[in-house]
Design a binder for this molecule. Structure first.
Ligand SMILES: *[C@@H]1O[C@H](CO)[C@@H](O)[C@H](O)[C@H]1NC(C)=O
Ligand SMILES: *[C@@H]1O[C@H](CO)[C@@H](O)[C@H](O)[C@H]1NC(C)=O
Ligand SMILES: *[C@@H]1O[C@H](CO)[C@@H](O)[C@H](O)[C@H]1NC(C)=O
Ligand SMILES: *[C@@H]1O[C@H](CO)[C@@H](O)[C@H](O)[C@H]1NC(C)=O
Ligand SMILES: *[C@@H]1O[C@H](CO)[C@@H](O)[C@H](O)[C@H]1NC(C)=O
Length: 451
């Protein structure tokens, strides 16, 4: 008996090391989407042993899954065309790049593939029950809830929430990437993702006016560019398929950026996007022990702070660039004017470094109000982080093309980096900006007194 057991074990070892077939994600045709598909969940295990070759696992065979390590589940959403999600490979590799863990891709393409969203949505509970069974086996083999992390995309975010509820909120973490809105908006906590579904729940909302969920669902809810329209995405239907999915998918690309890119996207806890744009919410460093939270994989560094609050929910806002790596760099432009009359208008600021690199920021979401001897602090957002600024250019505009050209008389302007408060602040005194005319100057270091 024992010998047979050893023989079988040996066979298995040999098999898994030599002719182990790689499992691939279910690929279906648009025809399948039209006729609809029956639910069939497959689990694909990826480890650092091979980033591209997945092993089939299930609740009776955990395969190479090492229960003493962290396990991240990736749960996709609605698949209206039947194709595999384009980001799967990048996400798997990115996760394994930052940490040695088990990555389990939950392939429920059979089930999610249908042109009818409500059909896909109706299968979410069943997928969750399947995952709960698998997790129970992991726990039985010695895994701990703490080490289980679920990344759910769109419908997958709610699936993760359902799994979390069945585990009584003990899962380590759930990340919701633009959780699905239609059929979930306004639902009670038991029917959607909720902050109590895991020890820490973080959410990115990138399409709140169409496919995404508008209201907060986690301990921290990130709203890139306010959560509505994402820069770089087509604004009209002429953009083709991208018009429908670009905003929704942006949440995934922002998350991926946190795994691979060197720029880390800082978000600013705030009541509204408008307040963030007006620079009212950028002082995490002074009001808290820690710095402002980062978006993505490392968002859980702020877990203790975010879950201590009552209720344990925070909204955070930030803007992004149009393309990878998406991060932008925030500066404050402090301006004191001495015009007799109040002036309202917009400032465009351009920075140039010694090598001739330039980067520009238009502060035009709403007019700034300049009042004699009052300091106005404008939040400027640049695509590049120029370390040594050699020249600054300013343009003042009231937005009107007719009528007299106004002047803005600046007593002092100051430029300070939010990301690098240790960098010297740059000043310039006594400037007159003629409306719509570029004024270029070399900044000087601000006297220490003003810092
Ligand atoms: C991963 O698996 C594939 C398919 O079996 C194989 O071709 C590749 O060499 C493997 N890579 C590594 C690093 O083992
Ligand atoms: C689980 O996986 C093993 C190994 O791949 C396979 O032999 C077995 O049939 C699977 N069980 C179920 C219930 O799918
Ligand atoms: C499982 O992971 C632990 C911790 O990383 C490691 O010490 C152990 O050797 C691993 N087991 C196997 C079978 O790889
Ligand atoms: C990130 O920075 C490291 C060193 O600082 C560099 O080697 C790497 O190429 C950078 N990666 C990206 C994506 O910019
Ligand atoms: C600045 O310009 C130099 C030379 O043109 C280039 O090598 C460098 O990458 C640029 N730096 C940034 C931050 O764009």
């Amino acid at each position: 008996m024992l010998r047979i057991y050893f023989f079988i074990s040996l066979m298995c070892l040999v098999r898994s090391d030599t002719d182990e077939a790689c499992l691939s994600f279910t690929r279906l045709s648009f025809h399948s989407a039209v006729v609809g598909t029956k639910l069939d969940v497959k689990l694909m295990l990826f480890t650092r042993r091979n980033l591209t070759c997945a092993q089939a696992v299930n609740s009776t065979a955990l395969g190479n899954l090492n229960v003493t390590k962290k396990t991240t589940f990736i749960v996709h959403g609605f698949r209206p065309t039947g194709s595999p999600p384009v980001w799967i490979g990048d996400l798997v590799e990115g996760l394994l790049f930052v940490e040695d863990m088990n990555v389990v891709v939950v392939d429920w393409n059979r089930g999610a593939t249908t042109v009818l969203y409500n059909h896909a949505s109706s299968k979410t509970r069943e997928v969750a029950i399947f995952l709960k069974e698998f997790i129970d086996q992991m726990l039985a083999k010695g895994a701990s809830y703490e080490d289980i992390y679920m990344i759910g995309v769109s419908l997958g975010a709610h699936i993760s929430g359902f799994v979390g509820k069945m585990c009584n909120g003990q899962l380590g973490r759930i990340t919701g990437l633009d959780p699905a809105g239609p059929l979930f908006n306004g639902k009670p906590p038991e029917d959607r993702l909720h902050p109590s579904d895991a020890q820490f729940v973080d959410v990115i909302h990138s399409d709140i006016d169409a496919m995404g969920y508008k209201e907060p669902l986690g301990n921290i809810d990130f709203y890139p560019n306010g959560g509505l329209d994402q820069p770089g995405c087509p604004k009209t239907i002429l953009g083709g398929l991208q018009y429908f999915k670009c905003d929704h998918q942006r949440s995934m690309y922002l998350y991926l950026s946190s795994l691979r890119e060197n720029c880390s996207i800082t978000a600013y806890p705030c009541d509204s996007y408008r307040d963030y744009r007006n620079g009212k919410c950028v002082n995490c460093e002074t009001s808290q022990k820690t710095s402002c939270p980062l978006l993505g994989y490392y968002a859980d560094y702020w877990k203790d702070y975010l879950t201590e609050k009552d209720p344990p929910m925070t909204k955070a806002f930030f803007d992004t660039a149009e393309e990878k790596p998406f991060c932008i760099y925030h500066y404050f432009v402090d301006i004191i004017t001495w015009n007799k009359n109040v002036r309202r208008g917009f400032i465009t600021i351009k920075l140039t470094d010694k090598a001739g690199n330039t980067t520009e920021s238009k502060i035009d979401h709403e007019p700034a109000t300049f009042q004699k001897y009052h300091q106005v602090s404008l939040l400027a957002r640049f695509n590049q982080d120029l370390d040594k600024v050699a020249a600054i250019s300013l343009v003042f505009s009231t937005g009107s093309v007719v009528g007299p050209k106004y002047k803005l008389r600046i007593l002092r302007m100051k430029l300070r980096s939010l990301a690098h408060p240790e960098r010297p602040q740059l000043c310039r005194y006594d400037l007159v900006l003629l409306e719509n005319t570029e004024t270029v100057f070399q900044p000087i270091l601000c006297p220490k007194l003003h810092m």
